[in-house]
Write a protein that binds this ligand. Sequence first.
Ligand SMILES: Nc1ncnc2c1ncn2[C@@H]1O[C@H](COP(=O)(O)OS(=O)(=O)O)[C@@H](OP(=O)(O)O)[C@H]1O
Ligand SMILES: Nc1ncnc2c1ncn2[C@@H]1O[C@H](COP(=O)(O)OP(=O)(O)O)[C@@H](O)[C@H]1O
Length: 626
Amino acid sequence: MSKSVTASQDAATPIVIVGHVDHGKSTLIGRLLHDTDNLQDGKVAQIIESSKKRGLKIEWSFLLDSLQIERDQGVTVDSTRIPFLLNGREFVIVDAPGHRQFLRNMITGAADAEAAVLVVDAAEGAREQTRRHAMLLHLIGIRHVIVLLNKVDLLDFDQEQVRQVEQSVSELLAKLDLEAALFVPASARDGDNIAARSERMPWYDGPTLTEALAQVPSPASRANLPLRLPVQDVYRFNDKRYVAGRIERGRVRVGDTVIIGTQKTPARIASIESWHTAPQLSAIAGQSVAVTLEPDVIPDRGDLLHLPDAAPVEASRIRTRLFWLRQEPLRVGESFKLRLATAEHAVTVTSIESVLNLDDLTEQPGEEVPAEGFAEITLSASENVQFDPFAPGTADGRGVLVDRQQRIVGGAPLIGPAEIAVGEKVIHPSASTVTVQDRERQKGQRGTVFWLTGLSGAGKSTLARGAEAALFSAGLDVTVLDGDTLRTGLCKDLGFSEADRTENVRRAAEVARILRDAGQIVLVALISPLQSDRALARQIVGDGFEEIFVDADLSICEKRDPKGLYAAARSGKISGFTGIDAPYEAPQSPALHLKTDAGSADSAVKTLASFVKDTAKLTGAARASS
Ligand SMILES: Nc1ncnc2c1ncn2[C@@H]1O[C@H](COP(=O)(O)OS(=O)(=O)O)[C@@H](OP(=O)(O)O)[C@H]1O
Ligand SMILES: Nc1ncnc2c1ncn2[C@@H]1O[C@H](COP(=O)(O)OP(=O)(O)O)[C@@H](O)[C@H]1O
């Protein structure tokens, strides 16, 4: 890699292109690449050929196909980064599709975008996705918005009609606290005002799209902010220790004294190097470098290098704005990793301050954040986190939340340290440094919760205890949490009202989660009669939750009546007995359905034990790769 390539690649300006489906994003991208001479040889011929095959005029959007961008029923399904050069300056187009994948792409791939092109069909005006995308631009802090009023040919290039759409779009943006840097009337299909001035709109004297892009501030302007160099890696080579990372902002010079992370050790920059280049005296934001330090201190991956007089914020309780991506809602108490540049911090959601209503844009207090919802929340970390609060137009404070499987479940721009309210219960959960994978390798099993639900007398305890013994003999680490047993200790204060049963389920699920996190196989045997309570349990446990329906007809359970409780319920000695005068809601789609009213308990135990083994025991190959 040559020095010039390194520097220019890092300094490419990312531009996100958004807009309602069919308003012309794909066409615009094809047209832009063509008119700015960014197509490799042969691409144009391919487009012309595939357009002809379909009996169409040149269809610029097919270019995206030829660039091997995934498409699904005519709708782009994933974001793609397409580099292009404009008068020697490098840009990257982040193509954000117009459906639910959009959010994920915005916070994972496009969060660093400097500017956005919002494509609006001039004949149709702003539509639902226009509004939604504009709001996302606002929330992720992109302030440089170029509105491309596309398809003006459909309005016969009429100035008055174009002016009206411009007005309605700017009113929409103003409501979202966004201001368009420019409105460019254009026809992406025909190339009007894309890279060349349109002769069909003599009344328009503003810039073309490419001229507008040239005005977007380049990432290099971050070079003037205080230094932030997150450590990506530390390695030894030829007896020297190198600290490698990409400069997020500011500049670093040989001889500078820097402070290393939360350990706050000072060190001097002794040299700055990149691969295959001569050592440099300084480097700026956007460049990837390897520095050597004096004294030879050893930072950790994720440590932030900064100048002594310009430290970032340091806090263990952080107020963030959250874009929630997981299908199941987010609730207080859930734990994640907060990934911030190269650092990962264990965090717990300690409160949800407000949830944004997408329809009327009002903020209300909420108990949970729905899928694709926005909220303001407080995260507590077990250690101090260094960050720069989120600021529009910069890369600061942009984090993502990842779950145990390393999946991104939310985007979390960090707003600032969270104030401690008077009388607030302040907690700082600590996190294990032993990983799930470490535990799996040691135990040869995947920590999993098997949740047995069913009427009293259906056989939950019999099957759980039978399977426990069989699995233990097979060398697996297994624990049973049985309703009756828990109710003699942890849950001895609870009765059988609906609220008490919910609390009973919640406690059992929390314990099951702890055991699961410790790598255990957990068999929970609880009537847990309500679907909503079992959904809560699934929510608390998260991954590795299997619902098992232990199913026997009420009449059979009543006949068995091993504890004489049905008889007591019938005679009125006990009330609110499940199946008699309290409800039982059967699972809709359990992972395993065990009919226990016919057949022996032994064979049901075998079925259960082998299901557990198949689900949780790691085979040789799975074990090696875990
Ligand atoms: N009113 C009423 N309804 C249901 N069950 C009752 C009741 N009163 C006492 N018992 C005994 O408590 C056991 C059920 O406890 P659970 O913790 O599994 O119940 S729940 O999940 O909270 O509904 C249950 O155990 P199992 O028979 O093993 O299910 C009974 O022994
Ligand atoms: N196929 C079967 N599976 C489980 N239990 C069975 C089966 N057939 C008969 N039984 C009997 O049913 C009773 C179930 O009681 P128990 O396990 O305490 O149920 P629960 O825990 O669901 O209340 C036991 O006496 C058990 O021997």
